[in-house]
Design a protein around this ligand. Structure first.
Ligand SMILES: NC(=O)c1ccc[n+]([C@@H]2O[C@H](COP(=O)([O-])OP(=O)(O)OC[C@H]3O[C@@H](n4cnc5c(N)ncnc54)[C@H](O)[C@@H]3O)[C@@H](O)[C@H]2O)c1
Length: 335
């Protein structure tokens, strides 16, 4: 489309909406307005970015070519339907919708949708994961942990939709294979919905992924261990450090730059030496990267990195997790 002035509006001026507004002003979009039923929030962003405060969703959509849906998750589906009926380019935060029934209805609705729909699976823009995604070697084991303090803002959905969704999407991307079994157990401590969950996913190619997510902790934790046949990598997404552990039979043959030997057992027959290398990744503004990708999809027809199909696959896994939890006698709702 004509890319000199692609008008965009923002639905939702809460915490994440304000992050998006800040980043939108750094893209080539023409950021024209914001709507939030809590008018004070919309007005605050409008004055900061010199844009219009809208009184309703329809007026904003009618004035825009594209829209960001960054509202409370339970409102995503109705707003998506409105934006789709008006043929807008859409960026919607994760989770795309609140449950799998909505997902199925949405998938049918957008089957031949000609415009862009991108979903905010932000970890696709995480530099550490991007390196892992580009590795042609498939791992045999992944362990992911994602913990946070309880946050009432996102308690309209379970911890699976809120936090674990990121690791489900990453694991599906890394596996590049079909899921053949899902086992899950979970418990609600605070919200009435699942607040802590453990999931085991088995893939057709043999990969096993163990995902643990919880939102009842004092401190946040975001870590992933990826095991390949010849090495394992530990990624700490908070410190942006990747620790790569390699194993080598002949001492002199492992010459990777910056690797240090941390173990050598010459008396053990066939033992390999163990080498470690720590990679520090630079800070990366993943919201700006995903909004820039959205702009490029709209303006230049570039492929969308996370579209409805990818989001639907993730929502399908979440439905399998919920089904597995409901069958597990270890699934508790504490009221
Ligand atoms: N990608 C990520 O890592 C990430 C992180 C945090 C939040 N999120 C997602 O972003 C979304 C918003 O989260 P938040 O933390 O900003 O929540 P929030 O509660 O701070 O803000 C949500 C805002 O949406 C507004 N809203 C509700 N209905 C609306 C409607 N019909 N039209 C316009 N605005 C409406 C609310 O009034 C509120 O101001 C959620 O879907 C959440 O899952 C994603």
């Amino acid at each position: 489309m004509q890319n000199s002035s692609i008008k965009i509006g923002l639905l939702g001026a809460g915490k994440f909406g304000s992050f998006h507004a800040n980043n939108l002003s750094q893209t080539h979009f023409d950021f024209i307005g914001v709507y939030d039923p809590l008018e004070e929030r919309a007005k605050e962003l409008a004055s900061k970015y010199n844009i219009k405060t809208y009184q309703d969703v329809d007026q904003l959509l009618d004035d825009c070519d594209a829209v960001l849906i960054i509202t409370t998750t339970v409102h995503h589906f109705s707003l998506l339907k409105k934006a789709i009926s008006k043929h807008k380019h859409i960026f919607v935060e994760k989770p795309i919708v609140a449950d799998y029934l909505e997902m199925l209805e949405l998938a049918a609705l957008v089957r031949d949708y000609p415009n862009v729909i991108q979903i905010g699976h932000i970890e696709r823009f995480n530099l550490m994961l991007q390196k892992a995604f580009s590795d042609p070697v498939v791992p045999w084991l992944i362990n992911a942990t994602r913990l946070s303090p309880f946050n009432p803002r996102v308690s309209d959905v379970s911890v699976i939709h809120d936090l674990m969704i990121h690791d489900i999407d990453s694991v599906l991307t890394l596996a590049n294979s079909t899921v053949v079994d899902v086992q899950a157990t979970g418990h609600s401590y605070i919200s009435g919905l699942t607040d802590v969950c453990h999931v085991k996913m088995i893939f057709e190619n043999g990969l096993q992924a163990n995902l643990f997510a919880g939102r009842i902790y004092k401190d946040a934790k975001r870590e992933m261990d990826i095991y390949y046949l010849d090495r394992f990598e530990h990624m700490n997404f908070q410190t942006r450090t990747a620790t790569i552990n390699n194993f080598e039979r002949r001492l002199e043959s492992f010459e990777e730059k910056d690797a240090v030997m941390i173990g050598n057992w010459p008396d053990v027959p066939l033992a390999r030496s163990m080498w470690q290398k720590v990679e520090q990744y630079p800070e990366n503004n993943a919201i700006l990267s995903e909004l820039t990708a959205f702009y490029e999809a709209v303006a230049y027809n570039k492929p969308v990195k996370v579209g409805v199909r990818e989001a639907a696959e993730t929502m399908h896994i979440i439905s399998l997790i919920e089904e597995a939890m409901s069958k597990s006698n270890q699934h508790h709702i504490y009221m």
